[in-house]
Write a protein that binds this ligand. Structure first.
Ligand code: GLA
Length: 730
């Protein structure tokens, strides 16, 4: 137990045990480049989380932290690293169980720990806890990404009792934070209203963010959050923890300001109507809570998460993406081969990489001519597409573009052949009237046959059309009347096993098609989380593509997800001119969903220029660092910039978000993330044909000037969106 792991701290994320002067006490620092989370046992071998914050320079001093606190804790385990219930604990538990004999008490004590090095940058700490009375074990996992300052934390639960144990609650992570006050930033929303932030000081008691929607679980509330410590963190100042659960189903995150004024954070799958029956020796692995910490504000924390996501989580995060033309808003369900052939020509004319055919291409007995029928019947509609998808793929190739397609494979319309053939594959109560969300029901992905069916939809598409280049995977309904014909007596497993079934399908898809771009969509942003994004290249933030709204929506998503994952399409929503719409969409992965034939010559010229600029800047936008300069919430103009990794090229987007009289950028906006020593040429790009920029030609300024004085993009009611490019001058 007191082995000194003499692995270099900078490599392993730091693990050591205290010296013999602290007999019986084991101290386990979980370190990353700048931060540390410290676990420590007490004399009774309870494992506690005693520190979370900036890494200390003298690692031996971690062992002394706990003794500096005189806070009251009668239970003795208020800051448990994974709080059991029914024994000493009186606070919100991380785990509640019913043993095989009906007893509901659990105590967990430290047994051992080990660190394995997964890769240069990645270490995995495993701590084993056991109940001294029952044959019951929990392993806590802390996977640290050293350079990125990111930790993924989860637990694995197992028992060797005589009979099933019921897991009544089974959190992924239980953090304990100390500070003079805590502020929670959370999000709420609905269709077309995603990512509306609220921030408030946490008061004593428990604040919960959760979802019980089953699928499309983030529709009302996502699991992403920020907790500021001591005072509300700003963009560049203050201590802040950013976190989210890597889970695409029901979640629950409790923030308990406890009797000792510390913050207990307990995150995991929502246990509401979801107790799990665990057989002897079966392992129950919880999904990871991913988090990062910065003492330099939300901006720094978000860049850490973004870097981590690109490097380790999303598919092909350091790779390339396809620009595209989508037909959803230009045709809805109303198209045929002739119309699509025109759109393929338009794709070429527009100058993007791919044409994405949206909803409406399938089903024959109940044709998919609206959202009330056909879902589940994944055969080409013979009237609309007599020559099938393969003809479209070829026709796309003839036009020198790629072809992608929309599916919603987890769902079914009651008006479909699938429903007629397999009513037992559908989640619905046998004895109650059906209740629909968008005229549809959810397929029962706990059933392996349904998993095969869903995998088959994707597999058939690619097998028949090997050149198919992109899939948009939608998910438009929540789960009402939760009941699985497959699960029989284990109905409470439905919410958990649904998500596991979904991930099994996605694993199979990725095993066979590792790199093909997949867009994660859920009636807008109803399912954006790192559990799912592990299998996707990008997501659809919202069906709301009004660019004014998107400035806010994309701004908030960017705290958690890198720009390369954010599919932003130029559409006809809103009242803004084409330039504004395109400039906003360029902040992430650019696409279009407009009628190209309606564009004027000038519009088309402008778009061609913008696409060229995008190509030139995509390295900075997709793989560089993002800096939020001016928030749309508190300013007339929002301003965001991206800098490439060499600090040689940057782009600054500025959008007017207030149209009252006299609004605009009256003072310069300070840039961030540049090299102060370098000189940059600043020039306005994406100018609409025939307009001139008030920004001087040949403006060359040092990074030092740009970061201390700034630059004025001259945003005003006559210049509602301004894009500036910065290039290093040698
Ligand atoms: C959802 C998606 C849209 C579109 C429609 C098709 O609403 O978010 O982008 O694909 O479905 O029915």
């Amino acid at each position: 137990m007191f082995r000194n792991h003499l692995l270099p701290l900078c490599l392993v994320g730091g693990l050591f045990t205290a010296g013999s002067s602290f007999a019986q006490v084991v101290t386990i620092p979980v370190e990353t480049q700048h931060n540390a989370l410290v676990l420590q046992t007490d004399a009774d071998k309870n494992l506690k989380m005693v520190y979370f914050g900036a890494k200390l320079s003298n690692t031996a001093e971690y062992a002394r932290i706990q003794k500096m606190y005189n806070q009251k804790d009668d239970s003795g385990i208020l800051n448990s690293a994974y709080t059991p219930s029914g024994s000493a604990n009186l606070a919100e538990p991380a785990i509640t169980v019913t043993h095989a004999n009906g007893d509901k008490s659990l105590s967990l004590v430290y047994v051992s720990h080990e660190v394995t090095k997964v890769a240069d940058d990645i270490s995995l700490l495993t701590v084993t806890l056991k109940d001294p009375v029952y044959n019951f074990e929990v392993k806590l996992y802390y996977k640290t990404y050293f350079k990125e300052d990111v930790t993924e934390q989860w637990s694995v639960i197992k028992h060797g009792e005589k009979g099933e144990v019921v897991l009544n609650k089974f959190a992924s992570a239980n953090l304990n934070l100390k500070g003079s006050g805590f502020w929670l930033k959370q999000y709420h929303g609905n269709w077309a209203e995603e990512m509306r932030p609220e921030e408030a000081k946490l008061t004593h008691g428990i604040k919960t963010i959760d979802s019980k929607l089953g699928t499309r679980a983030n529709l009302y509330e996502p699991s992403m959050f920020a907790v500021s410590i001591d005072k509300p963190a700003t963009e560049d100042e203050g201590k802040v923890l950013l976190g989210a659960l890597e889970w695409s189903g029901n979640f629950k995150i409790d923030f308990e300001l406890d009797v000792s004024d510390n913050l207990r954070l307990i995150a995991g799958i929502n246990n509401a109507a979801a107790e799990y029956h665990l057989k002897p020796n079966e392992e129950f692995a919880t999904p990871a809570l991913v988090y990062t910490y910065s003492d330099q504000g939300k901006g720094d924390a978000s860049r850490k998460l973004q870097r981590w996501a690109r490097k380790y989580k999303i598919v092909d995060g350091e790779g390339s993406r396809l620009t595209l033309l989508n037909n959803w808003e230009s045709t809805y369900f109303d198209f045929n081969e002739t119309k699509l052939a025109e759109l393929l020509k338009d794709t070429k004319k527009l100058g993007v990489d791919l044409f994405l055919l949206d909803d409406g291409w399938f089903a024959n007995k109940y044709p998919r001519n609206g959202d009330h029928a056909g879902l589940g019947d994944w055969q080409e509609n013979k009237q609309k597409l007599p020559d099938g998808i393969s003809w479209l793929v070829k026709e796309a190739q003839n036009n020198g573009v790629k072809f992608g397609i929309w599916i919603e494979p987890e769902m079914v319309n009651p008006k479909s052949e699938l429903y007629e053939k397999h009513p037992d594959w559908v989640i619905k109560q046998p004895n109650r009237p059906e209740k629909y969300f968008r005229n549809q029901l959810v397929l029962d992905l706990t059933n392996p046959k349904v998993q095969d069916f869903v995998f088959g939809i994707v597999d058939n598409l690619f097998t028949k059309n090997p050149d198919l280049a992109y899939i948009k995977w939608d998910c438009n309904a929540v789960i009402y009347n939760a009941y699985s014909a497959y699960l029989k007596k284990d109905q409470s497993h439905l919410y958990t096993d649904y998500v596991r079934g979904l991930y099994k399908v996605l694993e199979r898809v990725r095993a066979k098609y590792p790199k093909v771009p997949l867009m994660l969509c859920s009636g807008g942003g109803g399912r954006v989380d790192y559990g799912a994004l592990k299998y996707f290249t990008e997501f659809w933030p919202s069906d709301n593509t009004d660019p004014l709204e998107r400035v806010f929506i994309q701004w908030e998503y960017s705290y958690f997800y890198p720009a390369i994952t954010s599919s932003n399409h130029v559409t006809d929503w809103g009242k803004q001119p084409l330039k504004f719409r395109t400039d906003v969409a360029m902040m992430g992965k650019l696409g279009f969903d407009i009628v190209i034939s309606k564009l004027s010559e000038q519009d088309l010229d402008y778009v061609h220029g913008a696409l060229k600029n995008y190509d030139n800047l995509k390295e900075a936008i997709w793989h560089g660092d993002q800096y939020r300069l001016q928030s749309p919430w508190d300013n007339d103009a929002a301003s965001i910039m991206y800098v490439d990794n060499a600090k040689a090229k940057a782009v600054m987007f500025n959008y007017l978000v207030n149209n009252r009289y006299g609004t605009g950028t009256l003072v310069p906006i300070r840039l961030k993330g540049l090299d102060p020593q370098k000189k940059y040429q600043v020039k306005e790009i994406n100018l609409y044909p025939g307009t001139k920029s008030p920004i001087e030609n040949d403006l060359v300024l040092t990074g030092n000037f740009l970061m201390n004085v700034g630059v004025n993009p001259h945003v005003s009611s006559g210049r509602t969106s301004v894009v500036l490019e910065l290039d290093e001058v040698k």
